[in-house]
Write a protein of this length. Structure first.
Length: 258
């Protein structure tokens, strides 16, 4: 088993389980992850995803170079998934929030999966990096595109052009990580973020994620004018009225996702 996948109480948990190879992702694991993301997208009960790696050594060290397909760099680039590494780095079709629970090294494709998350919680011993240049390759599966959009350009360039690693504290300082905690506090911190997401209206959360992802390249005026289906659905929903009613009646809202 390379990926552990469960859904419970609206939370999907996806765990890469390859401790013998630093939770590396080979072709079979990549296919399995793609099927999992599709299953999550098809399940209306899912309101949040927690993505992590097994153990505490690595979140994921990226592609499994020991099981290399034999493709050249150009052939790899030509065959790359539009969704990015692990099916999540550049995925545009997933509308529920993804929390990356970063429990260890996040390197190469592992960091690219972190870049595809909406919220990143990291243990304080974690280090991030895109070391592809050190082995004559490139961070093609989202790294070169996403990293410079999420942290300052020169910091991103420095990481990719040297293959250096960045600490969890520095990642938080540059805005890549939402919270840094000790390894023993990691699960409790993730649980708090999950609870806060579940306390919000699910259609509002989906509309916010879609707007963030769909408007980053637009001007303020064009971004405000973009009417995504998720935005219209949220504004016309029963939950929109329920939220206001619950506030006025001083009671917890009962979200129905309708």
């Amino acid at each position: 088993m390379t990926v552990l996948f469960t859904i419970e109480n609206g939370v999907a948990r996806v765990t890469i389980d390859r401790p013998d190879r630093m939770n590396a992702v080979d072709a079979a694991t990549a296919d399995e992850l793609e099927h999992i993301w599709q299953a999550i997208e098809a399940d209306a009960s899912v309101r949040c995803v927690v993505l992590t790696g097994s153990g505490s050594r690595a979140f994921s060290a990226g592609a499994d170079l020991k099981s290399d397909s034999g493709k050249s760099g150009l052939e790899y680039w030509a065959a790359a998934s539009i969704n990015g590494f692990g099916g999540i780095a550049c995925r545009a079709s997933l509308t529920v929030p993804v929390i990356a629970r970063v429990n260890g090294l996040a390197l190469g494709g592992g960091m690219e999966m972190v870049l595809g998350a909406d919220i990143v919680i990291a243990a304080d011993h974690v280090r991030f990096g895109l070391p592809e240049a050190k082995v004559g390759r490139l961070p093609l599966d989202g790294g070169m595109v996403m990293l410079q959009r999420l942290i300052p350009r020169n910091i991103a360039a420095g990481l990719m052009m040297t293959g250096r690693m960045m600490s969890a504290a520095d990642a938080a300082r540059y805005g890549l990580v939402n919270a840094v905690v000790s390894e023993g506090e990691l699960d409790d911190e993730v649980a708090r973020w999950v609870d806060d997401i579940l306390a919000c209206a699910p259609l509002s959360v989906k509309a916010i994620k879609r707007s963030i992802r769909a408007t980053a390249h637009l001007s303020d005026t064009d971004a405000r004018a973009l009417k995504t289906p998720e935005l219209i659905h949220a504004l016309n929903s029963e939950d929109s009225a329920e939220g206001v009613a619950a506030f006025r009646e001083k009671r917890p809202p009962q979200w129905r996702g309708k």
